[in-house]
Design a protein around this ligand. Sequence first.
Ligand SMILES: C[S@@+](CC[C@H](N)C(=O)[O-])C[C@H]1O[C@@H](n2cnc3c(N)ncnc32)[C@H](O)[C@@H]1O
Ligand code: SF4
Length: 350
Amino acid sequence: MSDVAAERMAGFLTVKTESNEVKSKALIDPFGRHIDYLRLSVTDKCNLRCFYCLPKGFKNFETPANWLSFDEIERVVGAFGELGVSRVRLTGGEPLVRKDLAGLASRISALPGIRDLSVSTNATLLEQQAEDLFQAGIRRINVSLDTMDEARFAGITGGGKLQQVLNGLHKSRVVGFSPIKVNMVVMKDTDPDDYRRVLDYCMQNNFTLRFIETMPMGSAGRDASEQYLSLDTVKHRLKKEFDLVPGIMTGGGPARYYRINNSDFEIGFITPISRHFCETCNRVRLAVDGTLYLCLGQDDKLELRPLLRAGISDQDLKQVITQAIKKKPQKHEFNQKTAQVVRLMSLTGG
Ligand SMILES: C[S@@+](CC[C@H](N)C(=O)[O-])C[C@H]1O[C@@H](n2cnc3c(N)ncnc32)[C@H](O)[C@@H]1O
Ligand code: SF4
């Protein structure tokens, strides 16, 4: 057996830089996928209640005693950095409701190996925090925005104020975030005029637009299943109006991009249900309570908090992470399984 094959079987692969210097141990899962991306849910709380994400009246949030502290998060992300993970996204729940998110971001940016720190946010608190987050080393930002209609926005988000989101987006552009991506969940009752207006807004502001299909995550996501719409429908409608050219901007993420011909404007289609992208999955997720989820759509996990609080060594921490990656499932089974994932999207960090 070759060294590479043996290392692959052991769950990691030595990565060499151009100068042939051994840089890190890369995490490789049983299906040969290189895990270099960590999504970090810093809170399961949110100041909005998007009906497909958080159930109405839901109060059963994780108790603060079970939240990983900033020190604990720094340790775990540091271990991932040493294992070859170079990209981290702060998410939630709504990450900007966690106190001193910028302080945490600065600590993560400074970790060896972490080259790309980004955030997913509903942008309601972004106007106030954009500058601090930028100073802390975050450059890329994703913002959820499902409609440009104030009343519909309030309806989808359980009372959210659209103007706060628009103010946050404006501020993040002024501050210099790039790229800024707008994520729009498209549903059966989304009027084509809705995504046309979001598209126009993104084009005017040079934001990348990505459409997302609803997923049956948790009770809210499952209740929203009746609102599921294949993005083929959206693409089909847009193609009547625009010349969509398959794009090259993949970035290892789940979106398939199309460029509007004769422009720089890119539209991404994230289609977990109609055409999943599991074969190129490069990520795992750390929840606020320290649970490492190996797949968004499966229950396979490793609970790190008890190990951290029992004083696990850095070496053993890397070892248990490496072992866990060997158990990463091949794919989600949203379409096949009747017993679906119970945890909410806001807990895992979508
Ligand atoms: C869980 S949120 C967390 C970050 C932040 N609060 C936000 O809204 O961007 C991350 C993404 O998950 C998406 N999401 C939540 N529930 C979903 C569901 N059931 N199906 C598809 N996407 C969902 C949201 O639209 C958002 O783009
Ligand atoms: S999608 Fe984001 S903003 Fe909406 S409820 Fe979930 S966590 Fe909150």
